[in-house]
Every structure is written in C-alpha cells, then in structure tokens.
Design a protein around this ligand. Sequence first.
Ligand SMILES: Nc1ncnc2c1ncn2[C@@H]1O[C@H](COP(=O)(O)OP(=O)(O)OP(=O)(O)O)[C@@H](O)[C@H]1O
Length: 118
Amino acid sequence: MKNKNFLQSLKCSFNGIVAYFKSERNAKIEFVFAILAFALGIIFKLSKTEFAVLSITIFFVIVAEMINTGLEKTLDLIDKDFNKDIKFIKDLSAGFVLLSAINSIIIFYLLFIDKILR
Ligand SMILES: Nc1ncnc2c1ncn2[C@@H]1O[C@H](COP(=O)(O)OP(=O)(O)OP(=O)(O)O)[C@@H](O)[C@H]1O
C-alpha cells in the first residue's frame, strides 16, 4: 500500500484534495469564498504582502477544515456511539476551525475595509 515514489505520493495528495472538495459541503462553500477573496484581492489591487496574508489566511481555513474532517471520520471509525472523549476531541477540532474562521474575518476586514469605503 505504500507510495513507491514522490510522483505517486503527489498523486495521492492531489486525489485527497479533489475528494475533499467533491464530498464535503463546507469545502464547496470554502472553495467559493476562496475564489471570491482572491478575485477581490485582484480587483482592489492588493500589494504582494497583502496577497501573502490573504493567501495564508485562506489556506489556513481550508487546511483546518480538512484536518477536522479527517479527525471526524477517524473518530467515527473508532466509536459511533456516544463517547465523552470523542465529543471532547470533535468539539476541540470544531473549535480550531471556528478560530481560523474568526481570524479570516479579522484579516478580511483589515485588508479590504479601507479599499471598499474609499
Ligand atoms: N461519538 C460521539 N460521541 C459524543 N459526541 C459526539 C459523537 N459524535 C459527534 N458528537 C458531537 O456532535 C458534534 C458534531 O459531530 P459530527 O461528527 O456530526 O460533526 P459535523 O456535524 O459533521 O461537524 P462539522 O460541522 O464540523 O462538519 C461534535 O462536535 C460532538 O459534540
């Protein structure tokens, strides 16, 4: 089952990203928001540094949600019945997704508010 070389690893990673965006409802919403945010960045002519901040923020939200999805699926394999430890880990995982979303709102505000109101 192990990947034989770098190309095979890359293909599996790419398949994982595609499967995530195809199967998860939140992923589709994030994808649309990411495209909109990058489009706004181009429209409002963000500087290179501002674009870097925007990019890190967007990727951070998506990566957090991917880790959350992976954790949820793993935990569901372990125990589908009520389990207080699983509840703790799932709530924690949902918590870091929420933090990444709050961070993205702050960054979005800081990057765009002056440009939108100008
Ligand atoms: N096996 C379990 N034992 C105890 N609580 C659970 C269990 N599975 C889920 N929960 C509770 O239900 C919540 C939602 O879990 P679920 O796996 O359905 O995530 P979800 O609704 O897909 O979340 P997201 O919106 O992040 O995709 C968890 O945060 C947790 O509080």
